[in-house]
Write a protein that binds this ligand. Sequence first.
Ligand code: NAD
Ligand code: LMR
Length: 336
Amino acid sequence: MLSRSALRAVSNTRAFSSSASRQTKVAVLGAGGGIGQPLSLLLKLNPQVTSLSLYDIRGAPGVAADVSHVDTNSEVHGYPADQLDQALEGVKVVVIPAGVPRKPGMTRDDLFNTNASIVRDLASAVGRVAPDAHILVISNPVNSTVPIVAATLEKAGVFDPKRVFGVTTLDVVRASRFVGGIAEADPAEVAVPVVGGHSGPTIVPLLSQTPQGKGITGEVYDKLVHRIQFGGDEVVKAKDGAGSATLSMAYAGAKFTGALLRALNGEKGVTVPTFVKSPLYADQGIDFFSSLVELGPNGVEKIHPVGELSAEEQKLLDACLPELKKNIEKGKAFVA
Ligand code: NAD
Ligand code: LMR
């Protein structure tokens, strides 16, 4: 039988080896913003995150001091504008909600002129300091900012398509919630694959592939699809000039980050929609696309095709592709 001290030594070794294998440092770039703050809080609650690195050109040390008092194990550090490189040292996952949000009357593409350079410069720093990190892009227009990140990393010779993701989870969250409301089902039980991109007509919900959604037809179907595609506008209008979705986006961002961390830590079968470099429509010149993606220990493991579509969904996809192509080309041209 082992002595008490030998037992203590064994359990200490176990504690060390399990935490050592799961050291996950996550950075939030834009942590002082409307999304960044609640997202940082939600990541502090995730036991898979062992260290949280909060960066913004304004206010990150304050957010970090505040979040660091939450009684979970992870450590939190805040970095001011001139310490981006320090913020990125040793990070495994970088989440980027930096950039300006919409005001009523604007499209996401109207944000391009401001956000393109913000995202390019942050991606360039990640490529230099943490070239092995997984990058999760929230900043709009996602259809263009993801190609910008990819092209920036490509230029630096460190692009790995398995590790760059556009976060489209809010569309999936909205679809679950709205379908749940119509079908009187718990949204947690409703999984809607939302494919394409992240802006109006490029958002394509596949309700026919959802048990609670496939019976929805006619005017109810049309209104539901419109609400999923333009849910962002609903929030922009209600906030009346004060910005766009922040709290539901923080939830969605934390949900996607959590899914990726589970897969990186070895969980099998983690499959979620996300906007990645994709072969699905590459023959039409569209080399980024959101579809169900299985995540694994190295990021993207398997990209699933969209599957069987209803006639309505085929029409939605036909409307999505040319718009998406334009948005992707605009992002690529910016870096070229
Ligand atoms: P916000 O203005 O409240 O916050 C943005 C933050 O970014 C600010 O704190 C600002 O200081 C910071 N920032 C600006 N330039 C920076 C830089 N170079 N480095 C680091 N930080 C920088 O805006 P928000 O409401 O948090 O929205 C942020 C972005 O997320 C917007 O582009 C918005 O359109 C987008 N968004 C995307 C989704 C999605 O589903 N992907 C959902 C909602 C919002
Ligand atoms: C959303 O879908 O809520 C975001 O993309 C923000 C926006 O501009 O609508």
